[in-house]
Design a protein around this ligand. Sequence first.
Ligand code: BGC
Length: 756
Amino acid sequence: MLVASLVVFLSCAGPASTQNLSRPEALLKKMTLDEKLGQLVQRAGGRSKALNSRLDDAELDRVRAGQVGSYLHVAGAEPLGKLQKTAVEESRLGIPLLFAMDVVHGYRTIFPVPVALAATWAPESQERAARVAADEATSAGLHWTFAPMIDIARDPRWGRIVEGAGEDPFLGARMAVAQVNGYQGGNSLRPGSLMATAKHFGAYGAATGGRDYNSADISERTLQEVYLPPFYAAARAGAGSFMAAFNDIGGVPTTSNKELLRGLLRERWGWQGLMVSDWGAIGELINHGVAADRAAAAILALDASVDMDMVGGVFAEDLKDAVAKDPARLKQLDEAVLRILRVKEQLGLFDKPMQYHDTERESRELLSREHRDAARVIARQSMVLLRNEGKLLPLNPDKLRSIAVIGALATDGLSALGSWRAQGKADEVVTMLAGITAAAPKTLKVLSAPGADPRSTDLAGIPAAVKLAKSADVTVLVIGEDFDLSGEARSRSDLELPASQLELARRVLAAGKPVVVVLANGRPLAMPWLAENAPVILETWMLGVEGGNALADVLFGKYSPAGRLPAAFPRTTGAVPFNYSANATGRPADPDLKKDTVRYHDLPITPQFAFGHGLSYTEFRYSELSQSTQTLGPGERIDISITVENTGAVASDEVVQLYVRDPVASIARPVLELRGFKRIELAGGARKRVTFSLTPDQFAFWSPRGQWLIEAGRIDFWIGASSADLRANGAFEITKTHMGTVPAAALPTRVIVGNL
Ligand code: BGC
């Protein structure tokens, strides 16, 4: 149970006195039961590849009859303007429609996939990407995006790890807030803004075995400390809507989880927004085996406080009887309708229904130069240099005569867009080959060969690729997953590179010439052979529309890579799930002991590449650690400072990371937890002082009694360049056991950066 003093951050519309009704309340009074049910209906205007295709005359009649509250999979200022006009001018009450789409990492200007955006460890970049997406989407008639996806993912077999910020709740919460702010343009809905959706509320990312849609069977503490903090942070940031997850937690499907949706989110956290079901999920309560029929499913979802039914039609068709018979249900229906009308009002749709339908603005916004530039800058920040033995990177294009760009993914625009590409178009992508070619000086010959395609087992192109590699001064070998290998319903049982990619890598590396391996993929991979044999590996994920230009910037040294892994890369598939933040055990993993410790006897205890890992083109020295106090009492603050110096000549960013541990508590605590980070820019030879400011709340844990508890005792801390590269450490004492109020991982840590 959360304590009653929990912060209430959004106030509901004031009590309704009859004379002083808000517009939604006044409308509600005039609505028939059918019109109320109509508001709960979200229909698909098309399938994702054929947007608007279902918007025929019959659909317009439904709108006129007040049978629809919202459409998804629609787009375009003009077509949606017509639809909106019909709703406003030809339906009895003139209630506007909400237009929604999965605008996840860009609308037309596609940014790197979310896991790559998280790899920037720069919430301000994440916010900028979301703002650009919102500017484009709102210019194209959309009011609502089904993003951010803020599910923590600790099992990379789960295909949807590509859509989120990785394994860590603290990083995840920061990225969640950045996206809500970016989409909505602030911490509340405003006219003209794009409503954000925190999804998929619950523990969707904890699907057992990483199989999409599977049950989550996790402890209450894991739910509270790991999976929920990003949602708490998003609620506090004012996300206008939430989406309930498809799956169940310990047998309770989230769509009918009254305790979680109504009890925790609405009553205890005080969140008042619009809860949408996932696609058809209300009807799926029958498959879960918690409802005998659609009517029972509808009642369960309404009771849990789901407001809108995404495409299922269950609320519209099967709720009527129950509501007509039962005044308590009618009250719940009225609340749901009010919540929907309220967001329509907050978005300004009653006063200015046509403000999202300015076609001139639409053509100005979409894929503008400015948006493309932002996509390039952020794509550069997303890349993670996993290894750079012999300092082969950066390449000096003026000293090379020829470069071979090998791999089918190097010319695959569609894969560069990744999962959820909204209105992104493959032919607008600067592919890797195009980017390298454009950046190469005239003296540098760019050769290319596809080698092998990740989608196919055909290896016939490999000999030609090997020949090319032999003939060139250096090879850029692009291998990985195509866009269709990660995303929804794309879980994999094997985290290895697709067989054709691995074979291509073996043969090209065997050619004995210098090779830069460029990985393009949507999830952490297990690549033992590559890790053993490739001296240079650059992780690029799926970089979006400007990916090729960004890659060339990094390869040719115009920009030093500084992205960090938001999720560890395991050594083998069998080593997942692996998480740096695991609880302390009675037999801690020990590199020197093969037996009787928490480990696999056939693998080292560390992952291949750790959470937070990433290199750059320079080196950094950490020194002069200091702390403002040795003790921390309730309401107090500790400042932990460190000097970071770029000891090389090349300018680069560095991501400074703060980890903590509560070494003796009433329950076993994680061996490390991220509690602060900052991406800073440092010119060659420059130094900066970074200060992390923490309060006791950031050390609260979910106690066995169901409270957030801060226990007196020592806290150890480390500052470093990754979870496996800790450079300085200290400790302080929490002086008093007291109650916290919120998930510790959801709280931001203030960071101050000073020039020296
Ligand atoms: C996904 C959601 C998405 C929805 C609408 C579902 O299958 O789980 O994340 O928002 O479809 O496209």
